[in-house]
Design a protein around this ligand. Sequence first.
Ligand code: SAM
Length: 299
Amino acid sequence: MNSLPSQETQLPHIPVMVDEVLTYLSINPNGVYVDGTVGAGGHSKHILNQLSPAGTLVGFDRDQEALDIAKKTLSASPSRIKLACASYHTFPTFLRNEGIPSVNGFLLDLGLSSMQLNDASRGFAFSKSGPLDMRFDQTAELDAESLINYSSEEELANIIYEFGEERLSRRIARSIAQKRPISTVDDLYDAVRSATPPQHRNKSLARVFQAFRIAVNQELEKIESFLAHFMDSLTVGGRIVIMSYHSLEDRMVKHSFKSLKQAGVLKVLTKKPIMASKEEIEINPRSRSAKLRAAERII
Ligand SMILES: C[S@@+](CC[C@H](N)C(=O)[O-])C[C@H]1O[C@@H](n2cnc3c(N)ncnc32)[C@H](O)[C@@H]1O
């Protein structure tokens, strides 16, 4: 991709690697496509552009605010659209209830959107003062404030180490535990600041915030459940495309595709993960950490 159309850069979230996603999905115009992380509807809109009125798009997002935006983005399409405020891993029940027996393509664009990151009231960004929320689903019981205040110091350290891959995890967990109660983004920022050297502090902050987001939303469990079930609904010749922004997620996708390949049911289309071009990264820095993997069901 050499440049993005201007309507794309005006979206509240710029979709990543659109050309690559569409190439690997290889859309059947009359098919059924599941966008498991519909967000602002950026990728879904492009999928719909390639579907005929007989085609169907099913979109999931845990965030009702995102779905409300997606509804507007996608409203002009003549194809069938079904949007659900639910986690993508619940797709088997949704498809069964809708009488949809199989799917021609799945797309997951994991992580969080720019809309969520830029909204101070959601608590995802360490650079924006606000409440410590971090829930994708704002009706979910557990938010970051409860997780951080009610977990043991050891549990905090494990979350920071495992999901944030931060080597100063124990020091940071100790600082958080000593400064509790932690009620706001600024409180968490201060606890991390006093446990980290200034040179790499922003990286540590990003890792700690990412770690708590993953834990609050149980993101890895959702991917694991999805990967265990997508083959049950994918038609022969159907495609799956997953973009991840975290090495743990990418590893899970890689291993799942590999074992399905060894079982002789899946052809992996991306030997190595596809990364965004230099030009795209310049326009949309968020695309820098994206890794795209794609595969096709062969029997
Ligand atoms: C990177 S954004 C997707 C952006 C979208 N592709 C677009 O072009 O606008 C990721 C979205 O996935 C949603 N999400 C995260 N975990 C989810 C889950 N388990 N089920 C459904 N949606 C989820 C987030 O709320 C967020 O809106």
